[in-house]
Design a protein around this ligand. Structure first.
Ligand code: KIV
Ligand code: ZN
Length: 387
């Protein structure tokens, strides 16, 4: 049986914590509407107590979004939960995301507390949030480094207190994929009431493993993935929505699916990059400028013979208009001939050899040969041939 994975997008909360990426409320509403059209299940719209701007954003997104769950973050504190509940007032479906540190490092050095007191606070926060009438998600911050037996105790206790979703964040991006997966498996096997809640995975990318860890968590029984567009977020970022959605779509053997309308991915990625003034790196998976660009001769030749030789995703499936063949000094005759044909010139034999020689000279000089360069080269062909 295929399992639905809920996509919880936190671009507007964890993503927006990136310095210099702050958005105005109207911009957040634009992104939230696009997220809903993209098919995400939950939008984390902000941390309402953190600032009047965040409060307002949660209010406006709650009004703007129609069917998607709108979520507000809180600490395990009364004032945070009160403010979040107020901000979510207009939401058709609202969720309070409350939680506390679960690792000994956080318990000792952040809360200056002990396991028992933190556990009590967690239970109280879930019960209090539940009393507000919304769905409640509990996050066990720094779960990636928490003592497993204690983490399991905490998760069992918050589910008993009413948590609908339990988030197991790898807050510091510390985990390795097989070990993060084992953490989720341990919770599935050792938390007695685990079937009463959905397990959520929330991974950071400090070791470049956020997507791998997220997938490992899903394979081991988690049913919600917390992600951001373009993988933006604190420090090295969060798990990228587009990577998880396309990994699941590409690997049908996982028997998982999401509601993401993948053909909308590229457009919303560009929108977020533009509004947040956070350009997407060229080699970023799925949405980077080079994600569907082929530049070496061997790859170009193979790609032109059959796209699947070098592409595992059809660019149209993520809304990228087409693959591109980049003409550089590494390109071969096949790519050059192909581009010339696209420009309306059929070249072969000696003519192609001549064009190729001249093309290489320009490519060495210019790094990338564009259509204008190629048109100029082809215009000079008869002169070159008659020399
Ligand atoms: O990384 C983290 O632990 C978080 C929590 C607040 C969910 O972002
Ligand atoms: Zn986070």
């Amino acid at each position: 049986m295929s399992h639905k994975i809920q996509i919880f997008d936190t671009t507007l909360r964890d993503g927006e914590q990136v310095p210099g990426c702050q958005l105005a409320t109207e911009e957040k509403v634009i992104i939230a509407r696009e997220l809903e059209a993209l098919g995400v299940d939950v939008i984390e719209a902000g941390f309402p107590i953190s600032s009047p701007g965040d409060f307002l954003s949660v209010v406006e997104i709650s009004k703007a979004v129609k069917e998607t769950i709108v979520c507000g973050l809180t600490r395990a504190r009364k004032e945070d939960i009160d403010v979040a509940a107020e901000a979510l007032h207009h939401a058709k479906y609202g969720r309070i995301h409350t939680g506390i540190g679960s690792s000994d490092i956080h318990i000792k050095h952040k809360f200056k507390s002990n396991r028992e007191d933190v556990l009590e606070q967690a239970i109280w926060a879930v019960q209090y949030a539940k009393g507000k009438g919304y769905e409640v998600e509990f996050y066990a911050e720094d779960a990636g480094r928490a003592d497993l037996a204690f983490l399991a105790r905490m998760i069992e206790a918050v589910i008993a207190a009413g948590a609908d979703v339990v988030n197991i964040p790898d807050t510091t991006g510390y985990c390795l994929p097989h070990l993060y997966g084992k953490r989720i498996q341990y919770l599935v096997e050792n938390v007695k009431n685990i079937e009463k809640a959905i397990i959520s995975v929330h991974c950071h990318n400090d070791l470049g493993l956020a997507t791998a860890n997220t997938l490992s968590g899903l394979i081991n029984g988690a049913r919600q993935a917390e992600v951001t567009l373009n993988g933006i977020g604190e420090r090295a970022g969060n798990t990228a929505l587009e990577e998880v959605a396309m990994a699941i779509q590409t690997h049908k053997d996982l028997d998982l699916y999401t509601n993401i309308k993948s053909e909308r991915i590229y457009e919303i990625s560009q929108l977020v990059a533009g509004l947040m003034r956070m350009p997407v790196q060229a080699n970023k998976a799925i949405v980077g400028k080079n994600a569907f660009a082929h530049s070496s001769g061997i790859h170009q030749d193979g790609f032109l013979k059959h796209a699947e030789n070098y592409e595992i995703i059809n660019p149209a499936d993520v809304g990228v208009p087409s693959s591109s063949i980049v003409l550089t000094a590494r390109s071969g005759r096949a790519a050059l001939k192909h581009r010339a044909e696209l420009l309306g010139h059929h070249v072969e034999g000696e003519e192609l050899n001549m064009l190729y020689e001249n093309f290489l000279m320009v490519a060495d000089e210019k790094k990338m040969v564009n259509d204008a360069d190629l048109i100029a080269l082809m215009a000079s062909l008869p002169v070159l041939i008659n020399k």
